[in-house]
Design a protein around this ligand. Structure first.
Ligand SMILES: Nc1ncnc2c1ncn2[C@@H]1O[C@H](COP(=O)(O)OP(=O)(O)O)[C@@H](O)[C@H]1O
Ligand SMILES: N[C@@H](CC(=O)OP(=O)(O)O)C(=O)O
Length: 412
């Protein structure tokens, strides 16, 4: 089986949905598992609805706009009396029903129950459209296949249960399903973390022993840097799993960091290609003995920097570090760079679950803190240390580190 993943950018409007059919025409549609993300920025829009619900504010306008956007897309794809419209009504009834009946105050639980509708809507529309366009497929509910623990917003996959369920699928058929979502053992919806659809595709590819996974993007493939943020980037035609893992780890947002491990374990070739130019080769990620020589550039924004020192200026010792990391782990704060000196530990971190203030409160009880919010972390892999001034230009450098060919700079 082949697994294809279409992200939010590829299905942001009716033309995007039609273009999926164009891609399938060029690639062939025979024994395919299609994973789709929410259309455009729907996940962000649903996050606003959830925020308003939690704050007991009215969100009717926001929900109506989300519905209107999808109805408009359907009206460009289907005849007036097509069942897509009643399916859409049914999905929005379920959202309303949840808000009416919900008794839980657990933010993470509520988040997953609602935000997952973005993918449920997009996959329903895509499946129905492809059937109309002659690409016969079966709609699958990913919640029945990807099983996780009950760690809402960051579900950990139960691989045994997931593999057993996916193994029951008929590999000669074509399917359309959702990225990003799964369910726990009580059948509550869970999500795999923001931008987690790439990971869903890798889970399906692994469990299906797929011949390849392709993710379709709005760029020609994996480039030496994000073309939106760096000049003169070029396409990397072939890279090893290790190189891709490192790039994703340092924050290259083209690939979700959890995607590569399952593929590498089974040597499943992984392609990143342009949904606008499907016949172009894009990037192939596979087993490769050749080490990448090109410099690659990664920019991670919205990071925070704290310098932690003891209140009596004694050394930062192992017991302090252990305590600090326990708090970080509890709050799911991800350290993107650390540097220690005798009396201070500097941490640059990502705060996906908005727990920074809890971290600061807890640390301040025992330590002296210096904090700088909203910094950027630049990473240059395979650096030859020439021409790196471009990263320093007009920037206040707060931290710098070089290790085994990787230069990292925290700047404001
Ligand atoms: N090294 C890189 N090469 C190419 N694109 C990159 C790279 N790093 C970051 N990107 C960004 O990744 C974007 C595509 O990923 P993403 O927005 O997550 O797609 P989707 O949500 O449609 O799956 C590109 O538009 C580009 O701005
Ligand atoms: N829709 C989810 C999951 C996802 O991966 O989306 P995309 O493939 O568009 O990055 C999100 O925005 O986080």
């Amino acid at each position: 089986m082949k697994v294809f993943k279409f992200g939010g950018a590829s299905v942001k409007d009716a033309n995007g949905v039609k273009n999926v059919a164009t891609v399938l025409k060029s690639e062939g549609f025979d024994g395919c598992m299609l994973i789709v993300s929410a259309m455009g920025k729907t996940t962000n829009e649903l996050e606003i609805v959830i925020e308003k619900y939690i704050n007991k504010e009215n969100f009717n306008v926001e929900i109506a706009l989300i519905k209107e956007k999808h109805v408009q897309i359907c009206s460009e794809l289907f005849e007036k009396n097509h069942s897509a419209f009643s399916e859409l009504d049914g999905i929005f009834d379920k959202i309303e029903h949840f808000f009416r009946e919900n008794n839980s105050t657990d933010y993470n639980f509520i988040y997953d129950q609602i935000v997952s509708f973005g993918e449920i809507i997009s996959s329903k529309i895509l499946s129905l459209y492809l059937n109309v366009a002659g690409f016969k497929n079966e709609y699958l509910d990913a919640k029945n296949f990807i099983k996780t623990d009950s760690n809402f917003r960051d579900g950990i996959v139960n691989w045994i249960e997931t593999e057993e369920r996916i193994a029951t699928l008929n590999k000669t058929q074509n399917f359309v399903t959702q990225g990003f979502i799964g369910s726990d053992l009580n059948a509550n919806t869970t999500t795999l973390g923001r931008e987690g659809s790439d990971y869903s595709a890798a889970i399906f590819a692994y469990c299906l022993n797929a011949e390849a996974l392709t993710i379709w993007k709005d760029v020609p493939g994996v480039m030496t840097g994000d073309p939106r943020k760096f000049e003169d980037t070029t396409l990397l035609s072939n890279i090893s799993y290790e190189e891709a893992i490192e790039m994703a780890y340092y924050g290259a947002s083209i690939i979700h960091p959890k995607t590569l491990q399952p593929l590498k374990q089974k040597n499943i070739p992984f392609f990143v290609k342009s949904f606008l130019k499907p016949s172009e080769k894009g990037t192939k990620v596979s087993v490769s003995e050749i080490n990448l020589k090109e410099e690659t550039y990664i920019l991670k924004e919205n990071q925070h920097l704290i310098h932690i020192s003891t209140k009596d200026f004694s050394f930062i010792a192992e017991n302090h570090i252990s305590l600090i990391f326990n708090i970080l782990s509890k709050l799911k704060i991800k350290v993107s760079l650390m540097q220690n000196s005798a009396i201070s530990l500097a941490l640059c971190f990502d705060d996906p679950f908005k727990n920074k203030n809890f971290l600061i409160d807890e640390l301040q009880e025992q330590f002296r803190l210096e904090k700088i919010e909203n910094v950027s972390l630049f990473t240059v892999r395979n650096t030859n240390l020439t021409n790196i001034e471009k990263f320093y230009k007009n920037k206040d450098i707060l931290l710098e580190q070089i290790s085994r060919g990787t230069l990292q700079i925290v700047a404001k």
